[in-house]
Design a protein around this ligand. Structure first.
Ligand code: DNO
Length: 401
């Protein structure tokens, strides 16, 4: 596997010179300064590519070339936006960049409630707490129907018993301070979405209002319709992908379940099989994000890796622990549900040239003072990379390479 690293461009506090020292071979990045829905110009791509190459690395993967909402919900200007997308693809191809990560999650990209969850050893991790999430949905967003939906939601605990999320959210409402509420809005909308080139930015004055407007756009869009819209998009761009050799790889939904009454369509084996078969072109592929998939108890990550390694164009190595109450926390890279040791074994055997990046990392050893993007610490990710490097070396040794 090619060792890559997600780098957020020249404004990233982590420099390419540092990355080279820790064994990174390829860079995963995007034109973060181009507004959503605009063509990525060849000049800008060229400039960033040359900058990366001047440090002895290559621009391996684009993460993300965002798919704007109108394509996802099938708005009146979706064809025009698909043309914009195709133009960006051909400009990237002209600069020799052929692997494109994107997602098809409506409104919100990834979701966490706590970005600084304390570990016993003093480091911190990302965490998803169902009760806090439901509190946000019912009490902050005040989404119509939210209370009713949470009252019907099954308990997320592995036994399916013992947890009433609505009651927990109501209990939180009695103790939640304005500061805690503010933090939750920051965590769910601002700090996790702001840097991923999605719908929200750090400068949004009224993020809740904005969130509600986005939700409105999806009225009447169910799982079947969202699937059809994904198929429409993929079919429209495949001729460009064929012409220029572009590998599209959709990122699984994180966490792999519907949120805010919105459908999510890349959550499990059946979903993956559906979109791969719906557009059976090898350029229509997957970002195999072990972390996102492992947060769903329904997913057996190594089994999925075995099944889909050939249609995978990019791998995210990360793991989670689903706790007895159903909440999940990001595990270190050698432990947790994802079984990354086995996943590395599968990809090294079946698809050894696939780019992989160590995804997320603990915040540790002074990372918190540096203000890195949530999940994208330096020391934590570097430690994850070192652990994965050891696994890769061991597996290659086993394979006699
Ligand atoms: C979060 C990331 C996601 C991912 C996008 C891909 O840490 O894994 O934001 O980059 O969903 O489009």
């Amino acid at each position: 596997m090619e060792r890559t690293w997600r780098w957020f461009g020249k404004k990233d506090k982590i420099t390419l010179a540092q990355l080279r020292q820790i064994g990174v071979e390829g860079i995963v990045t995007a034109l973060h300064d181009v507004p959503l829905g605009q063509v990525w110009s060849r000049e800008k791509i060229h400039e960033l590519r040359e900058y990366i190459e001047s440090y002895g690395m290559r621009w391996s993967v684009v993460e993300s070339l965002p798919v704007v909402e109108t394509i996802k919900y099938g708005g009146p200007d979706r064809d025009q936006q698909i043309e914009v997308y195709k133009q960006s693809l051909s400009n990237l191809a002209a600069e020799g960049i052929h692997t494109i990560c994107y997602n098809f999650m409506p409104v919100l990209d990834w979701a966490r409630t706590d970005l600084l969850h304390q570990n016993p050893n003093g480091s911190t991790n990302l965490y998803f707490n169902y009760a806090e999430f439901a509190y946000f949905d019912i009490y902050i967003l005040q989404r119509p129907g939210a209370r009713q939906e949470w009252s019907l939601a099954p308990s997320p605990s592995p036994t399916g018993e013992g947890r009433n999320i609505l009651a927990e959210a109501d209990a939180l409402a009695k103790t939640m301070t304005p500061e805690q509420e503010h933090k939750l809005v920051e965590n769910i909308i601002i700090k996790t979405q702001g840097f991923v080139s999605g719908n929200f930015s750090e400068n949004d004055k009224e993020p809740i209002e904005k969130f509600r407007r986005f939700l409105e756009l999806y009225k009447g869009i169910d799982k079947q319709q969202l699937r059809q819209n994904m198929k429409y998009f993929l079919e429209a761009i495949m001729p460009t992908c064929d012409e220029f050799g572009m590998d599209m790889c959709v990122h699984p939904d994180d966490p792999p379940m519907p949120l805010f009454g919105l459908p999510r369509i890349v959550t499990c084996d059946t979903d993956i099989e559906w979109f791969l078969n719906a557009v059976p072109n090898p350029h229509n592929g997957l970002t195999f994000c072990c972390g996102s998939l492992s947060a769903g108890r329904h997913n057996d990550v190594p089994a999925l890796a075995r099944k889909y390694c050939r249609r995978t164009h990019f791998v995210h190595l990360r793991s989670t622990d689903v706790l007895p109450n159903g909440d999940f926390v990001e595990a270190d890279h050698l432990h947790g549900r994802a079984n990354l040791i086995e996943v590395v074994r599968i990809f090294e055997r079946e698809h050894p040239d696939v780019p992989m990046r160590v995804d997320h990392g603990r915040t540790m050893l002074g990372d918190s003072a540096r203000g890195y993007n949530a999940g994208y610490s330096f020391h934590g990710r570097m430690m994850g990379l070192a652990q994965i490097d050891g696994v890769i070396a061991t597996v290659r040794n086993e394979l006699g390479r």
